[in-house]
Design a protein around this ligand. Structure first.
Ligand code: C2E
Ligand code: CA
Ligand code: CA
Length: 334
């Protein structure tokens, strides 16, 4: 089975045509419908891979994956109603004074006594658009938690919330965010919106407009997973975000054992310098070792997030961090 999508041609516009193919090696005497079904499963698997112009032969793991995805989408509406989704908070640390300086809200699905990690269900919800419901659920819970801390005399830190690119199709996104904050009386200084860097230009104008509105409302925005897409450098110039989050893959290569890591150091150093010249804040995610933290400090990236400091924590555990000294004790080797 082959699916080719050819968009309507319009003058002065160029469209690219993508082709996906799913194939199945039919055996003698096999039912034709069942064979076609295998082709469709293979076709969907390549389509969901997100790559253009791909083809694949059917294999049984594709059917398992398709069933898993279907189950996720069937369970989702009930799970939202039953509040099975929990918000965890991962601390962000200022490397200059080792102080807790923010946090990121990360969702967990508590289902049948086990925690389902986000990568098992977010891609499915992204495809279906239902991720928007989840993101607002998370955002609402974050606002509630912030309110609770404020009411109990605990000064919170700024919390960042992940918003999928899917939201950009809704031109009332900014207004909806602001209305939830108002409902809970949350000052804009406590909120940051994280959006992933885009690889295509589909949502380009919508993103630009959204970032502009957020700026008008005084709400911080950050570009997540920075450096993994291919429009990074252009983006910095054009988009009015406040913070860039350097993707974990960069910092992963800053290790004592990688012989050619000097190249990666140079790349990171220059991204940081450029960000600073553009008046952007920069945070590095996935910091796992002291060596990485020292390197970041040396190149003037003064914010970090990672297992070296803390994993994402359940709300009550994170609350203990807010109530404690807020200082991370990591030896300062020079
Ligand atoms: P992300 O936004 O890039 O979040 C950072 C991920 O890196 C988190 O994974 C976090 O637990 C993990 N991480 C942080 N520090 C370290 C470290 O030092 N080492 C390693 N190995 N990992 C580290 P998590 O919580 O599994 O989330 C995965 C992804 O799921 C997130 O990546 C984000 O894209 C998505 N996600 C999570 N919550 C939400 C949400 O509420 N809405 C949306 N749209 N996406 C979400
Ligand atoms: Ca994020
Ligand atoms: Ca990230």
């Amino acid at each position: 089975e082959v699916k080719v999508s050819v968009p309507v041609q319009e003058e002065s516009m160029t469209f690219s045509v993508h082709c996906h193919a799913g194939a199945y090696n039919i055996k003698e005497g096999e039912d034709l419908n069942a064979a076609m079904n295998c082709c469709t499963i293979a076709l969907n698997a390549v389509k969901h891979s997100g790559k253009a112009n791909e083809q694949a032969w059917y294999d049984p793991s594709m059917r398992e994956k398709a069933m898993h995805d279907k189950q996720i989408s069937q369970l989702f509406p009930e799970a939202i109603l039953a509040e099975e989704f929990l918000v965890y908070y991962q601390p962000k640390v200022n490397l200059d004074n080792k102080k807790l300086c923010g946090c990121e809200a990360l969702v967990r699905w508590y289902h049948n006594g086990a925690i389902v990690p986000p990568m098992d269900f977010i891609p499915v919800l992204e495809r279906e658009g239902t991720v928007c419901t989840l993101d607002f659920y998370v955002f609402e819970h974050v606002c509630r938690d912030l309110r609770r801390w404020l009411d109990n005399g605990i000064t919170p830190v700024r919390a960042s919330v992940n918003f999928s690119q899917q939201h950009l199709q809704n031109d009332r996104l900014a207004e909806r965010i602001v209305s939830i904050m108002k409902q809970h009386h949350i000052d804009s200084k406590y909120i940051e919106v994280e959006l992933t860097e885009m690889s295509g230009s589909k949502n380009h104008d919508a993103l630009l407009e959204f970032l502009r509105k957020m700026r008008d409302y005084g709400i911080c925005t950050s570009i997540d997973d920075f450096g993994t897409g291919y429009s990074s450098l252009n983006m910095l110039r054009e988009f009015q975000a406040d913070i860039i989050k350097l993707d974990k893959s960069f910092i992963d290569r800053i290790s004592l054992n990688v012989s050619d890591y000097r190249v990666d150091e140079i790349v990171i150093e220059n991204i940081i310098r450029m960000a600073q010249e553009l008046n952007l804040e920069i945070i590095s995610e996935g910091v796992e070792t002291e060596h990485q933290a020292e390197f970041l400090k040396r190149v003037h990236c003064n914010m970090a997030q990672g297992f070296l400091f803390d994993k994402p924590l359940p709300r009550d555990e994170f609350e203990k961090r807010l109530k404690g000294s807020r200082i991370y004790q990591i030896p300062d080797k020079k």
